[in-house]
Design a protein around this ligand. Structure first.
Ligand code: GLU
Length: 419
């Protein structure tokens, strides 16, 4: 596949897949199966607004590959969630679950909507309608949704309730639920916790020194970015810049993260945080820091800004934040990129533990969940690092991660007899 700067998100993921297919010496038939998707459902989602009008949105659920287990992946409410983006994110879930070794396939859902102006009742109607429209391909052993951008534990509660109305109470139908409805201890922080864990390992293998000497910039202050900031701050890293959809703030000595979290809870944004200076959000990506953590939307590091990135480590908390052209340029400059399918896999890993606890109707405490998460990610990081540094076949951690994941999916699909 050619390296171009105008690839769609799905083409971009498939570009990385093709590198792995070369390493794993896949057949043309296997490539054809895995660069496509198993099932794509497009639904119309009309939503009654509080003023009596009707807004009509398009929703998708894409199931990419189910060789290793039930389809699994989040649902996002975002204007950019078109079919190509949802396909890309569904395929990333296939590779992510395979890399960390949780027994799921890959799926993703999306509704093309900007929910920022929605009231709670409008958000509830949107959530219930969308879930009702896709429910016939969802099931506790078939496809299990979870939160993603602009969806959260409350949205999962509505999803579960909507499903249960017709089919009976089924906690295992979604993950990322509130604790009161069968959620797991540690799920909310899990993605951020995993991000910080793999960042620690990246800092270690690159011998960058101790956290207090290292500076971080974090793009995005939603669930993933804010938990990554809190947990990195607890470890002593200096978080010098953060941004959200409204703007960015920085402080050269490090932001007071607990105070910043309180400010965001109160005001809804990182902007105007006392004790910080405003900064251009685009400049955050090229700030002079040791570690850059994109934790927002996809395709933010591109051929436009890759050469200006000054961090020596990028930890991909977001899905698909670095385009293939940028990835090649950064790898050439020896910037270490911890790829999304490893860096943000903590979320789906604890989703798996939530599903297990729902199935067994027996619940673990947070120490148990966090310990299991840590061991899973430790192994995934080590496997990837070993493949990257010892086989000489992968030019980057991303190539190593994809090569391992693709191999596992191909093995499962072959054993089932369809590859
Ligand atoms: N949306 C998250 C992701 O992209 C979590 C998915 C899940 O828990 O199923 O990995």
């Amino acid at each position: 596949m050619d390296l171009r700067d105008d690839l769609t998100p799905f083409e971009a993921v498939n570009y990385f897949f093709h590198k792995a297919a070369d390493i794993d010496k896949l057949s043309d038939a296997a490539i054809a199966v895995l660069t496509g998707t198993y099932r794509e459902l497009r639904v119309q989602v009309p939503v009654r607004r509080d003023d009596g009008s009707l807004s009509v949105h398009i929703g998708y659920r894409v199931q990419h590959n189910g060789a290793r287990g039930p389809y699994k992946g989040g649902v996002r409410f975002h204007p950019s969630a078109d079919l190509e983006e949802v396909r890309a994110l569904a395929s990333l879930m296939t590779w992510k679950t395979a890399l960390v070794g949780v027994p799921f396939g890959g799926a993703k859902g999306g509704v093309q909507v900007d929910p920022t102006g929605f009231s709670q009742t409008e958000l509830e109607r949107l959530s219930r309608r969308y879930f009702g429209q896709i429910a016939h391909i969802i099931g506790p052993n078939r496809d299990i949704p979870a939160p993603d951008m602009n969806t959260n534990a409350q949205v999962m509660s509505w999803f579960m309730d909507e499903y249960g109305r017709r089919r009976g109470h089924t906690t295992q139908i979604v993950t990322g639920k509130p604790l009161a409805l069968g959620g797991s201890e540690g799920r909310e922080a899990a993605t951020g916790r995993g991000v910080v864990q793999v960042m620690d390992r990246a800092v270690e293998v690159r011998e960058l020194g101790v956290p207090r000497d290292l500076t971080l910039a974090i793009q995005g202050f939603g669930n993933v970015g804010s938990w990554a900031a809190r947990l990195a701050d607890e470890k002593g890293y200096r978080i010098v810049a953060v941004s959200d959809m409204y703007g960015a703030v920085h402080h050269p000595d490090g932001l007071d993260v607990p105070a910043l979290v309180a400010h965001v809870n109160e005001s809804g944004s990182v902007t105007d945080f006392a004790g910080s200076e405003p900064m251009d959000p685009a400049a955050l990506l090229t700030a002079d820091v040791d570690v850059l953590v994109p934790a927002a939307v996809g395709e933010v590091i591109t051929h436009h800004n890759a050469d200006d990135v000054r961090a020596s480590i990028i930890v991909e908390a977001a899905n698909n934040p670095v385009t293939p052209v940028a990835d090649a340029a950064l790898t050439e400059r020896d910037v270490l990129i911890v790829p999304d399918i490893l860096a943000n896999a903590g979320g789906v890993t604890v989703s798996y533990y939530e599903w297990v606890q729902n199935n067994q109707e027996l619940y673990w405490d947070e120490t148990e969940v966090n310990g299991r998460l840590e061991r899973k990610l430790e192994k995934a990081f080590d496997d990837t690092w070993k493949f990257y540094t010892e086989t000489g076949e992968a030019a980057s951690m991303r190539e190593a991660a994809f090569a391992l994941a693709v191999n596992r999916v191909v093995e499962a699909a072959s054993l089932r007899g369809y590859l």
